[in-house]
Design a protein around this ligand. Structure first.
Ligand code: ADP
Ligand code: MG
Length: 388
């Protein structure tokens, strides 16, 4: 096994100590932030995520007896042993449901995965809206794909991982997070049409333009399992039904006023308005990036935040404070990212003003009596890969 500066050697060594023999390989899958296109992926819409340098690593060895042994350096507790073929839909299995669900989804799709020993270690903050869950699923699926010679394309691995989270974890998420973790590339954002699964890698060279994208993890935990996320999803489906379209993606921006006039429920109207305008904002940002007008995406990000706050109602005081304080300190634009209800926000700023902006956000949090946020730079990084 080759070593490396990427943590692979450490994870391989921890595997060996745990299971008594070396792994067959080490894989990595990143967390992500979404530049724009929030709560659009379960409406067949558009998203624009980028992969973070933060990754979930998995050291993995094949087994042939159908058993999965799972261990994570990031949770308290020992090795979990289970049979993925016996996994029940509905979730409730704790953290092991993510990797076990990924293996089970491969089995459900007819792939011969005969078991594995897995040791996980991650630098993706969990529950921070940065998609540690997808990173965990994708790293497991990619390792199995390689070790068992399955030749499943990455977009398909992402679909299976989404199925794992929907069915075996019980979170009704869309396809964005898994696709971002599996398919993003360095120095790019990924434009994904979540209906047709068409992808385009869009150059996003922030450093080259003297810009910086900050991630502010508010360290407020969100509960996505049931509750608000599922209700938002159901309301969107209700809106699509009422409007006689397969999904809200099918309402074009210039058909929005007519659509809103046809809806009786003010809440449904607001949710529909968010999704339709958010899809338009993705296309707007895409156009600006294609024309090299990166600075001009700032106000679009901030408009997206206002829509998530006022129309989709998934923000919160901490996320709103990031946006208000960062923009007041001279940021080009900012927004919550991920599902919401806490989690993280992104801030686009001039490189030269980045430290001031970060300090302004920290000061605002201290003044409001919030826990100190975690602030780091989002460098558009590679998607899932084999390290060793
Ligand atoms: P997010 O995906 O935004 O980080 P989620 O609530 O969707 O938040 O997923 C977080 C959950 O994923 C954790 O509570 C845990 O069950 C599981 N998880 C993620 N990363 C790890 C890890 N490194 N080790 C064990 N479990 C993990
Ligand atoms: Mg998640």
């Amino acid at each position: 096994m080759a070593g490396g500066a990427d943590g692979a050697a450490e994870v391989a060594e921890a595997f060996r100590e745990l299971y008594g023999s070396p792994p067959d390989g080490v894989w990595a899958a990143p967390g992500r932030v979404n530049l724009i296109g929030e709560h659009t992926d379960y409406n067949d819409g558009f998203v624009l995520p980028l992969a973070l340098p933060h990754t979930t690593l998995a050291a993995v060895a094949r087994r042939s007896d159908g058993v999965l042994r799972l261990h994570s350096a990031d949770v308290v507790g020992g090795v979990v042993e289970l049979r993925p073929d016996a996994l029940e839909p509905g979730g409730g299995g704790g953290w092991s449901a993510y990797p076990a669900g990924a293996v089970r989804a491969l089995l459900d799709a007819g792939h011969a995965v005969t078991g594995a020993d897995i040791h996980i270690a991650s630098t993706v903050p969990t529950g921070a809206g940065l998609s540690s869950s997808a990173a965990l699923e994708v790293v497991t699926a990619l390792a199995c794909n390689d070790l068992f010679g399955l030749d499943v394309p990455r977009w398909q691995l992402a679909r299976l991982c989404r199925r794992a989270e929907n069915l075996y974890v019980g979170v009704p998420c869309g396809i964005m997070d898994q696709t971002a973790s599996a398919c993003c590339t360095e120095s790019h954002v990924l434009h994904l049409d979540t209906r047709h699964l068409a992808q385009r890698q869009v150059p996003f060279d922030l450093a080259g333009e003297g810009l910086r994208l900050l991630v502010v993890d508010t360290r407020v935990q969100h509960e996505l399992g049931e509750g608000a996320y599922a209700r938002r999803r159901a309301t969107c489906e209700e809106g699509a039904r009422a409007l006689g379209v397969p999904a809200l993606r099918d309402i074009a921006p210039d058909g929005l006023e007519k659509a809103l006039a046809a809806l009786d429920e003010p809440v449904v109207r607001r949710r529909v308005r968010h999704v339709v305008t958010e899809n338009a904002r993705v296309e707007q940002v895409l156009g600006l990036l294609d024309r090299g007008e990166t600075r001009a995406i700032g106000p679009v990000l901030t408009a997206g935040h206002a829509s998530l706050r006022d129309d989709f109602e998934v923000s919160g005081p901490e996320l709103d404070l990031v946006v208000a304080s960062a923009n007041a300190a001279g940021a080009l634009g900012s927004r919550m990212t991920g599902g919401g209800f806490g989690g993280s926000a992104i801030v686009l700023t001039e490189e030269a003003g980045a430290d001031m902006v970060a300090m302004a956000v920290r000061d605002a949090f201290a003044a409001a009596g919030h826990r100190a946020p975690r602030v780091f730079t989002a460098v558009p990084s590679a998607g899932a890969r084999r390290l060793a």
